[in-house]
Design a protein around this ligand. Structure first.
Ligand code: GLY
Ligand code: MN
Ligand code: MN
Length: 446
């Protein structure tokens, strides 16, 4: 692992802390979570913690000190423990972790209670995110109380707390070369998994069988886990936005919607494809599919530096709403023209979610979607810039209803790609995943 990028992120955060007058940042990793009895959920490090360290063990905390006499970065982690390592596997221990991950010093996590009050003495600002970890919040109160109890000897405690995640959020919006390489690789693996699931699909198979094909392709290509719970939704299930059961039998004539992406070395991919169970789109399916594809293209056309974040959504909504009117999903007599149907929100009957989100260490990645400064009444949507990575994922979901043409009932379609904003436009990271009607039908014939 190239540790330089993690060190340079710590240095950047320390420089931002110095700009605010200095202080101490405390950034914990995630906690191990019990699933049932004495079983744990698979451990996944906290993304903010990992972003600054590259360190994956549980029970660890980063402390960054932006002091008057310079900066220090310190890791607290589990002690070496040969007995536990026989059962659970290797632990770095503070000494090796400090060296391997480029910290100035490391201590056992048990030392937090003795070390932290010393670090917090005579510091103006604590950079900490309250509410993310209740146990650490309580510990923090104890450490601060220990500092305050020394006030009669002239020691001062931090006067203010700033949310360190806000500084990290802004850093995380812009991906460096290593992150882009991983995001690209993750999207390639997920694209191959989607193609595999398409080839495997036929009426009579179960949704979970397709899920198994996805997982097989993720793992055999080196991904550690899905980045989120895979959605494999056939027929009417595709109209359930967060469908999770994945247990229905796929019928002839169904469309199958798969929203699945792998995580590779902590970076997510997030791809959705929709395809016919029997390998051939029916007329109404094709009509709506081409509509969603055109809506996605309209959003993709906005994916370049200078566009505002919401421009892509607005462009997709316009195309989709016009299509809803043209196909009779929306009745002109009832909702008026395309501008009326957008203004009233009538389109939301069939398109009720946003058109994307940042993508990175988290599938719904960190970072503000608005500019920092107010311009009039509200903060404007931020402009896209090179190095940002986002998804573009319009859809149409038609639930049976009296005024809706029956030929479209229970069709759910979403098309989702992962896109890197470049200096002169964008790069579609999931470009190799079959997407046009012709490409999908050809893939399924193999
Ligand atoms: N798979 C989650 C999403 O598309 O946002
Ligand atoms: Mn998705
Ligand atoms: Mn998504």
């Amino acid at each position: 692992m190239n540790i330089e990028s993690f060190i340079s992120r710590r240095n950047k955060l320390l420089a931002l802390m110095q700009e605010q007058g200095g202080g101490v940042a405390v950034i914990p990793t995630a906690r191990e979570m019990t699933r049932n009895s004495d079983n744990h959920f698979p451990f996944r490090h906290d993304s903010y913690f990992y972003y600054l360290s590259g360190f994956s063990e549980p029970e660890a905390v980063i402390v960054l000190i932006a002091g008057r006499s310079g900066n220090r970065s310190i890791l607290f982690c589990r002690e070496k423990n040969l007995e536990r390592e026989i059962w659970d596997g290797y632990r770095f221990g503070p000494e090796a972790a400090s060296e391997q991950f480029g910290f100035d010093a490391a201590h056992a996590c048990d030392a937090l209670d003795t070390e932290m009050p010393c670090y917090l003495e005579d510091v103006n600002t604590l950079f900490y995110s309250t509410g993310a970890d209740n146990n650490l919040d309580a510990q923090m109160q104890n450490w601060l109380q220990a500092v305050r109890s020394k006030s009669r000897s002239g020691v001062t405690a931090p006067e203010k707390t700033l949310n360190v995640r806000c500084l990290l959020d802004e850093m995380r919006v812009f991906k460096d070369d290593r992150e882009i390489t991983l995001l690209q690789h993750a999207a390639i693996i997920s694209g191959a998994a989607h193609a595999r699931a398409m080839r495997f699909t036929q009426p009579g198979r179960y949704e979970y069988e397709l899920e198994a094909e996805l997982l097989h392709e993720f793992r055999r290509r080196g991904s550690q886990a899905p980045a989120y719970s895979s959605i494999v939704a056939a027929g009417a299930n595709a109209c359930v936005l967060h469908y999770q059961a994945n247990n229905a039998q796929i019928k002839d004539g169904d469309l199958v919607l798969i929203d699945a992406g792998c995580e590779l070395d902590s970076y997510a991919s997030d791809i959705t494809r929709t395809f016919p169970a029997n390998g051939k789109f029916s007329g109404p399916q094709k009509t709506l599919y081409e509509l969603v594809l055109a809506g996605q293209q309209a959003a993709l056309d906005c994916a370049h530096p200078g566009s505002r974040y919401m421009d892509g959504h607005n462009a997709a909504v316009r195309v989709l709403t016009q299509g809803m009117l043209d196909t009779g999903l929306l009745s002109k007599d009832k909702v008026g023209n395309v501008d009326d149907a957008i203004a009233s929100g009538a389109f939301r009957q069939f398109y009720m979610h946003g058109t994307g989100h940042w993508l990175g260490l988290d599938v719904h990645d960190a970072g503000s979607y608005r500019e920092a400064e107010k311009n009039g009444d509200e903060k404007p949507w931020r402009k896209l810039e090179a190095g940002m990575v986002l998804t573009i994922e319009p859809g149409i979901y038609v639930r049976p209803a009296q005024d809706v043409p029956e030929e479209y009932w229970n069709i759910g379609i979403r098309i989702e790609d992962d896109v890197l904003i470049t200096a002169d436009g964008h790069l579609n990271l999931s470009r190799d995943t079959p997407k046009t009607v012709a490409d999908i039908e050809a893939e399924m014939q193999q």
